[in-house]
Design a protein around this ligand. Structure first.
Ligand code: SF4
Ligand code: SF4
Length: 430
């Protein structure tokens, strides 16, 4: 029985003579002696060892069937899905004025109208809850907490319709964190608020330069205080946007959270990500430490460094895991403030990538979004396919103005995956 093609094998640097087998499909790791690895490669494992590796999907009956299964994974995931997820832009207004804001070209004092909100509620109740699906909403902006009455106008009737049908309903926030006080969190949790994604861009000095209030004053202290007040009530997903020039200082932000009395065990995994250029605009000549490709060599240093520093301080990080982009998932949608529909919030800077409107329905977006981008010989044979699926669609869009190529992560994973799975064996991770 041959080894899975979606497997990486690394020498175990802590145990000479042993190897780590890492399944990119299952995010599982096993350690084998050199002799057992040779048996696995030659197909001479004992029945007991074979059964273990089979359970972990590290060996397969039929490599061609495994490859075909991966090729059909998006279709089978869509067919099985019983959950509808929507990201709603309640307003494009914001109380911060981040100089790098990717929405800068189209942000403004725009808010979703009552009529658009009504159309959305009607669509969800009839087409999603009515068909037995669970509903997860993600309120987005701008800053969604600038428009709490509209949030309630949407969450309440959907929550009631779901309850009447015996379906699950929950919602989350993507917020800058300045308005998520304890009293706001307490008022929203009974309606279905379960989590919030907040941003802290490094220590105060860096954060306040990258994420000032509109007035120009810093937002770091207000956000840290809200994190402290709310993290026992709502699951908080903290992230930060780093550049090539400042990522080394980002762990200081974690130190500040610890000093403020935040319990790292209560937080969701920390997600640091590079600053990207602004949506819908030509690339500037000087990227100023932003990122337009996963192939940028400095990322291969920055991401493992930040993972390790995060774990060292007792915070969790996400394991590399199988992930299908929301663009490919039939039941995931972005609803812009004006009722236009998108497949990714980052695409709102390119109106030609709108996939329809709430009032007028959907249009076919398979060609414009190049959905079969990764269904080629090279990707289907690539050990990293389960972690990549062609990479982020936004990056070729930023580079070329169209989604015309994969953003290949092979070089990045070659340089980092071994290092990224190793700390998970030394520190706790989720
Ligand atoms: S908080 Fe978000 S939406 Fe507001 S300016 Fe900053 S990046 Fe843009
Ligand atoms: S884009 Fe690159 S890393 Fe991703 S699956 Fe294809 S070959 Fe592998």
């Amino acid at each position: 029985m041959p080894l899975s093609r979606y497997l990486k094998i690394y020498p175990d640097r802590e145990a000479p003579g042993y190897f780590l087998l890492y399944s990119t499909k299952k995010s599982s790791t096993v350690r084998l002696s050199a002799a057992l690895l040779a048996d696995a490669q030659e197909g001479t494992l004992s029945a007991e060892h074979l059964a273990t590796l089979k359970r972990l999907e590290m060996v397969v009956d039929d490599p061609a069937a495994e490859r075909a299964e991966m090729a059909g994974l998006v279709d089978s995931t869509n067919a099985k899905s019983s959950r509808f997820k929507a990201t709603l832009v309640l307003t494009l207004d914001c109380n911060l004025a981040c100089p790098y804001c990717y929405e800068e070209g189209f942000r403004g004092g725009f808010a979703m109208s009552d009529e658009t909100a009504r159309l959305f509620v009607e669509y969800v109740v009839k087409e999603q809850i009515g068909r037995g699906r669970e509903v997860e909403l993600r309120f987005y902006g701008g800053e969604p907490l600038l428009n709490v009455p509209l949030l309630l106008q949407i969450a309440r009737p959907i929550g009631e319709a779901a309850a009447a049908k015996g379906s699950k309903f929950s919602f989350s926030l993507v917020s800058n964190g300045t308005l998520l006080t304890r009293s706001v969190a307490e008022s929203l949790t009974p309606l279905g608020l379960t989590s919030a994604q907040l941003t802290l861009d490094g220590p105060r000095e860096i954060h306040d330069g990258q994420r000032p209030f509109v007035s120009g004053s810093g937002s770091f202290d207000a956000i840290v205080e809200n994190v402290r007040q709310v993290h026992q009530l709502v699951k908080l997903k903290l992230g930060g946007n780093f550049t090539r020039d400042n990522y080394r200082r980002f762990p200081e932000m974690l130190d500040a959270l610890l000093e403020a009395g935040v319990d790292p065990v209560l937080l969701e995994p920390i997600m640091f990500a590079p600053v990207l250029p602004k949506s819908g605009e030509p690339l500037p000549k000087d990227l100023g430490g932003c990122c337009v490709s996963n192939a940028e060599p400095w990322l291969a240093e920055a991401i493992p460094f930040l993972r390790e520093e995060t774990l060292k301080r007792g915070f969790a990080v996400l394991k590399p895991t199988m992930g299908i982009c929301m663009v490919e998932l039939d039941n995931e949608l972005v609803v812009n403030w004006d009722g236009s529909l998108y497949k990714c919030p980052s695409f709102m800077g390119w109106p030609e990538l709108s996939v329809g409107t709430l009032a007028g329905g959907f249009k076919d977006y398979r060609a414009s979004h190049n959905l079969t981008l990764w269904q080629n010989e090279r990707c289907l044979d690539c050990a990293y396919l389960p972690l990549c699926f062609g990479g982020c669609r936004l990056l070729p869009l930023l580079r070329n103005g169209v989604i015309d190529e994969v953003d290949c992560r092979a070089g990045f994973f070659d340089a980092t995956l071994e290092r990224m799975i190793l700390p998970d064996r030394r520190f706790s991770s989720r």
